[in-house]
Design a protein around this ligand. Structure first.
Ligand code: FMN
Length: 330
């Protein structure tokens, strides 16, 4: 049995969590990652204002199913009052944790003063957190931050201290400044600095792509939990790999046949859970099919073909063709 950590009373296995990823880590994705051992999942980011104005799609994003637990619903916003109101509404969806996004770099979010823009205004970030904590009652509130706004303002330590004082139950740190978006290597030394500065659990995030990089994140930062985003693209198996790495068990990666079987299972789940017709849901599923094919002989051409898929029957026959091609050339 893996060691567990507690975030405001919510027990989470100290293995690896799935990071929130808008447009990627939807319910089907979270369920696949849970199946392979993700210790904790987070919803795609949801607009606090959107919830307050009872946007139907936003409410759908807040739904938590038992198989995804422990799960957080993540909110973004720039006004304490809207955040408090949104938290009260989200409580009705019974998430285990409510997370606040203070790391999103995209202009659409930053230009409203939310996401990583809050790294520039520690006082406002603290006020938003305090309002959320008060409104959340017994549900723990966590915050996900970056190392800073840019290279000249690396303030994750100051930010984390202020958020802890405002009642945050844990802080997730992505070791990149906002101006770097997702480029270059994550700086994990900032995660170590945050860990040394606060008493609440710290979640380390950035560039964990396998068992070795996960062990490095734990060893070098002392973080309480590791969180994985892009390393799980087409690779829910990463969570199993990490459990093996942490417990010293040998890990056997899936065969291509197994990968294609899991890819088809994932696509079926997307189609089943989507309110859209098969063709439109398939358009959303295309990128996942392509990711599962990464890293094999001839996969570039097949990945291109994934972006033309319109039905489940097509992806099924493409997977069979892919297996045949790879086995002929290996
Ligand atoms: C497509 C995509 C969508 C993302 N959406 C969110 C989001 O909704 N909320 C959030 O806090 N972070 C979001 N992130 C950031 C990730 O949670 C994570 O911090 C980042 O990808 C670094 O971790 P990684 O190197 O393991 O991918 C997103 C990242 C990607 C690539």
């Amino acid at each position: 049995m893996a060691e567990t950590i507690s975030i405001g009373g919510v027990n989470i296995a100290k293995t690896a969590a799935l990071a929130p990823m808008a447009g990627v880590a939807d319910r089907a994705y979270r369920l696949m990652c849970k199946k392979y051992g993700a210790a904790y999942t987070v919803s795609e980011m949801v607009s606090a204002k959107g919830i307050c104005y009872s946007d139907k799609k936003t409410a759908e994003l807040c739904t938590v199913t038992d198989a995804e637990r422990p799960m957080a619903v993540q909110l973004f916003g720039s006004e304490p009052d809207f955040m408090a109101e949104a938290v009260k509404i989200v409580r009705g969806f019974s998430p285990d944790i409510i997370d606040i996004n203070m790391g999103c770099p995209v202009p659409k979010v930053v230009n409203t003063g939310a996401g990583s823009s809050l790294m520039k205004d520690v006082r406002l970030a603290a006020d938003i957190t305090e309002a959320a904590v008060k409104a959340a009652e017994n549900i723990p509130v966590t915050v996900k931050i970056r190392s800073g706004w840019n290279g000249d303002s690396v303030n994750a330590v100051e930010m984390a201290r202020a958020l802890e004082a405002s009642g945050a139950a844990a802080i997730a740190v992505h070791g990149r400044t906002r101006d770097r978006f997702y480029s270059g290597n994550a700086d994990i030394s900032i995660i170590k600095d945050v860990k040394a500065a606060v008493k609440i659990p710290v979640i380390g995030n950035g560039d964990v792509i396998d068992g070795a990089s996960c062990l490095k994140m734990y060893d070098e930062t002392g973080c309480n939990l590791v969180m994985i985003g892009r390393g799980s693209y087409g690779n829910p198996f990463i969570f199993e790999e990490i459990e093996c790495a942490l417990s010293g068990k040998p890990y056997t990666p899936p065969t291509l046949e197994e990968k294609m079987r899991v890819m088809l299972e994932h696509i079926r789940l997307i189609l089943e859970l989507s309110p859209k017709c098969e063709e439109l849901a398939m358009h959303e599923a295309r990128k996942h099919a392509a990711w599962y094919m990464n890293g094999y002989y001839g996969s570039a051409k097949f990945r291109g073909r994934c972006y033309l898929l319109n039905s489940y029957a097509e992806v099924e026959s493409l997977a069979a063709e892919f297996i045949e091609l790879v086995s002929k050339n290996s």
